[in-house]
Ligand binder design. Structure first.
Ligand code: HPA
Ligand code: ZN
Length: 324
């Protein structure tokens, strides 16, 4: 089964590029940019990755992002992810980036975007991985700040397929960003949103009804509401599930408790993704392996997960046919 998982062509649809910053690269960039880290070694960094909830992770994750300064840094970060993804036979990747994490530190929006997109182009050319970029708004910041970020993105409309919503979920419902998402859709962006990771099923409903999300990121708490499950199944709204993330952030205690298999059996369009692989102990292949073993998935269920990832991708039918 491990061999099947590795060789299976797959699309990754929920990956925060800042969350692919491995401790080794963190040290390299800190050295290059003359930035002091609050850690003495790679082991020291890894020992700090003991999370109790989403916020305890975000605090460390935003701090680490400070080592990313130049276009080359963003290139190196993205290129490292793509090379690793190629080993898991990722054929297509839809990557989140958080411009506000960087612009708040005085880094230009264009520095971030150019570094990432030039690596994505190299990934297509040299690794055969096609990609799309999704710009996330930090939901702990104001809707006004999100609108400013949307305006910064408009000259680069062709390089960004969708907008999304991430960061601290509870207390920051999708409704807070309704006008920003209305404007984004008017400008031609697709929309997605993190919802139902730590937040209640109601946030998933808001993401669908108010933000017109084409996919829900995480969405695991939908299982608490039978009507919502029926709707997600009937409309085949894709859910980009991140099993190792959910365990590391204590959404579920053990992988054996994860609802992914029940979600598949309920007819939901579930995909498997790594979220922030440098922090959560595994890339997409390791996420597939963990649920396959922990939930005793059948070969057919594993194949279904990979098929779903292509069905849910923001590419046209012709490209989907080439990818599979
Ligand atoms: N949830 C919310 N925000 C995030 C996540 C996540 O899983 N990863 C990076 N930012
Ligand atoms: Zn995420």
């Amino acid at each position: 089964m491990d061999d099947l998982i590795r060789r299976l062509p797959k699309a990754e649809l929920h990956l925060h590029i800042e969350g692919s910053l491995e401790p080794e690269l963190m040290f390299e960039l800190a050295g290059r940019n003359g930035i002091a880290l609050p850690y003495n070694s790679v082991d020291d960094v890894k020992a700090a990755y003991q999370f109790t909830n989403l916020q305890s992770f975000l605090d460390i994750y935003y701090q680490a992002a400070a080592v990313l300064q130049t276009e080359q840094d963003f290139f190196d970060l993205t290129w490292a992810y793509l090379k690793r993804a190629a080993e898991d036979n990722v054929r297509h990747a839809e990557i989140f980036f958080d411009p506000q994490t960087h612009t708040a530190r005085g880094i230009d929006f264009e520095t971030v975007l150019e570094g990432i997109t030039s690596a994505l182009q190299a990934g297509e050319r040299e690794l055969g991985i096609s990609s799309r970029l999704i710009m996330c708004f930090l939901r702990h910041l104001s809707a006004k700040e999100a609108m400013t970020t949307l305006q910064q993105a408009l000259p680069h409309r062709q390089q960004i397929v969708a907008v999304g919503l991430d960061s601290s979920e509870v207390g920051h419902p999708p409704s807070k960003f309704r006008e920003v998402f209305d404007e984004a859709r008017r400008q031609g962006f697709l929309t997605v949103a993190h919802a139902g990771e730590e937040g209640p099923p109601e946030y998933i409903r808001e993401a669908l009804d108010l933000l017109h999300a084409a996919r829900i990121d995480h969405g695991v708490r939908c299982m608490e509401n039978a009507d919502l499950v029926s709707r997600l199944r009937d409309e085949q709204i894709p859910l980009t599930v991140c099993p190792l993330s959910n365990v590391r952030l204590c959404v579920f205690e053990r992988i054996e408790d994860h609802p992914l298999r029940r979600m598949l059996e309920a007819g939901l369009c579930v995909t498997v993704n790594s979220d922030d692989p440098a922090y959560f102990g595994g890339y997409i292949g390791e996420n597939f392996a963990a649920v396959t073993r922990g939930l005793e998935l059948s070969r057919e269920q594993v194949l279904q997960l990979a098929r779903n990832s292509f069905a849910a991708a923001f590419v046209d039918e012709k490209r989907k046919a080439e990818l599979i």
